[in-house]
Every structure is written in C-alpha cells, then in structure tokens.
Design a protein around this ligand. Structure first.
Ligand code: BTN
Length: 321
C-alpha cells in the first residue's frame, strides 16, 4: 500500500495500467488495493475514465529514511508507523519494553489520538503531524516544572520558521492563530515523578488538513493559513531540533528563564478571562506565568496562581452569562 501511495502522492492522474506495471500486479489487483486504501485509510480517490486514478489533491507522506537521516545528529531513535492508536500510547509501550531513549514516534494516522481533558484528537491519514517524544527524567519534579509550556515555545518557533508568524500560545499549551486551534500538546508521565520517571511529549500540528467534519472546536492548519502544501518531513526535523535546544536549556536552568519569552507569545496576556475547573469558574486578568508555569491571574486585585491539567481558560467575553 505504501508503494501505491508513493506513486499517487503527487495528486496527478495515473492510469491503472501504469500503476500495475510499477507494482508488478494486474489492473484488477490495483483496483482492489485502491479500494483498500479508501476503506482502511479514509483516503479520497478520484477515478476518471481514460485518465486513471488520482488522490483528491497532492499529499506529503512521512519518509522514514529522510527523517532518520536528518535526526541522526540528535541520537534519538525514530519509529515511523502507517497507523497507530496513538503515538503517545506507542511511546509508552516502547518505554515499557525498554527501547532506546530518547525516542520519537510518528504516525501517518491515529485511530485513537488523545487530546487534553479526555478529548479525542482527530488524526486523518497523511495530513498532519502526530509526534511523540519519550524521555527519561532523572531530576524529579523540578525537571517537569513548566515543561509543557516550554514545549509550546518550541512549537511556536517551528511554526514561525515555517512562515506562520501569527501563531501564538494560550495557557497552558494550546497553539492558536486568532481564536482557531493550530496545534496541541499533551504530556503524559509514567513512573514516579518524585524519582525516576519518563515523560511523553505528544504534539499534534494541523499541517495540511483542509477539511474535517469531526473536529469539535474551531481550528485551522498551516496549509489553510498559507495556501500551500507543507513538507511534513521538514516540520518533523525542525520541531525536533527546536525541542532538543529548549529541553537542554530547561534541564540546566528550569522554566524561570523562559517566563518572559512565554509571556511575549501569550495571545491572552492582559486579557480578562474565566478559568474553568469543572463547573466552577474564576474571573480575572492574565498577569503572566510563574517560574513553574502556573497561570498568574489578578482576581479582584489580588494575584493568584493556578496550575493543573484539568483547567481550561476562556476569554471572559466568550463565556455565556
Ligand atoms: C490537545 O488536546 O490540545 C492536545 C492534543 C495532543 C495531540 C497529540 S497528536 C500526537 C500525540 N499522540 C496523541 O495521542 N496525542 C498527542
């Protein structure tokens, strides 16, 4: 299937006969494989009599050899999959099997992509980035402080380098363009956070997705922002390099030195917000973040700090009264 997809990747028409010759199979066998592609991967195929078959548009597949070559200097082990339940789940399985670390897991699609607060992360085939970095953490809790916010900075840098200058952060680690979500980050921890543990840094970036009826929040993609297809392999490499740089600094000095940079990229700095935890809400003005990545709010003129994975921030004007 991979070879067939590579032949169709350009989005141009390819006759059944040419595809058969390239794959060394009959036209009927090509037809069967194409049906399989549609059914198993949810890929949209166009068939025109006299012209052949093409994808709905060009796509950019992950290239294991290219990614491994480009990431070699980092000494990370790379695991690229056609389809996974979740790259975070696979990273956890590999860590439990004592795979070499750090490790990166990538997939063309996720069938059970995990989002924050128990949500599903919609992960169509070949369109976006589904990326998990598994690391060993030796330094206890301090090494985890502000880590998810720091990862947001690495994602922002990657996006800016790719020309998405409007991307910004929303506490704790959403990446938005305006009000629309472009990328999300989900950290998962295994082991004992007070001693030796492993952290899985899961990152989803909407790269080339143009339509989706399944995403239940307002979203955008790099392609929708810029109007052209992005090379997902180059985004993987750029993201990995920026992550490696930020993580090395964070290991040495913690999050405190990144506070100002983070606040400069916070889209809602100085805004009136509501912080939701279950059914209760706190209203305040965003002051910034503290040295551990907690959100500093001015609540009735008193500064309060909030942290925790279950919190959700809204602009006050968007909260129904
Ligand atoms: C969010 O809800 O904002 C976080 C979304 C994180 C999605 C990424 S995609 C790669 C990794 N694997 C997962 O199952 N989730 C994360």
């Amino acid at each position: 299937m991979r070879t067939l997809l590579r032949l169709l990747e350009d989005g141009e028409f390819h006759s059944g006969e040419a595809l058969g010759v390239a794959l060394g199979v009959s036209r009927a066998a090509v037809w069967k494989k194409l049906q399989q592609l549609e059914a198993e991967l949810g890929i949209e195929l166009h068939r025109v009599r006299g012209k052949g078959y093409r994808l709905a548009g060009p796509i950019c597949l992950l290239d294991t050899v290219q990614i491994s070559d480009l990431l070699r200097p980092l000494l990370w082990s790379v695991h690229v999959h056609q389809s996974l339940d979740s790259t975070n789940a696979e990273a956890i399985r590999l860590i439990n099997e004592r795979a070499a670390l750090p490790l990166v897991v990538l997939a063309e699609q996720q069938t059970a992509g995990r989002g924050r607060r128990g949500r599903t992360w919609i992960s169509p085939f070949g369109e976006n980035l589904y990326y998990s970095l598994g690391l060993r953490i030796d330094g206890g809790m301090r090494q985890l402080e502000g880590l998810s916010l720091l990862v947001g900075l690495a994602v922002i840098k990657t996006l800016r380098n790719a020309g998405i200058s409007e991307a910004g952060l929303k506490w704790p680690n959403d990446i938005l363009v305006g009000r629309q979500k472009l990328a999300g980050i989900l950290l998962e921890i295994t082991g004992d956070p007070a001693d030796v543990c492993h952290v899985i840094i899961g990152i989803g970036i909407n790269i080339n997705m143009r339509t989706s009826s399944s995403v239940d929040q307002s979203w955008t993609s790099m392609r929708l922002e810029k109007g052209h297809l992005f090379d997902r392999n180059l985004i993987v490499t750029s993201l990995s390099k920026h992550l490696a740089e930020y993580l090395a600094e964070h290991r040495k000095d913690g999050f405190a030195r990144f506070r100002k940079e983070w606040e400069a990229n916070h889209l809602w700095q100085g805004c009136e917000v509501a912080l939701l935890a279950g059914s209760s809400a706190v209203q305040g003005i965003v002051l910034g973040v503290d040295a551990a990545g907690g959100l500093r709010l001015s609540v009735g003129d008193v500064e309060q700090v909030f942290s925790g994975g279950e919190l959700s921030l809204r602009l006050f004007e968007d909260v129904p009264s």
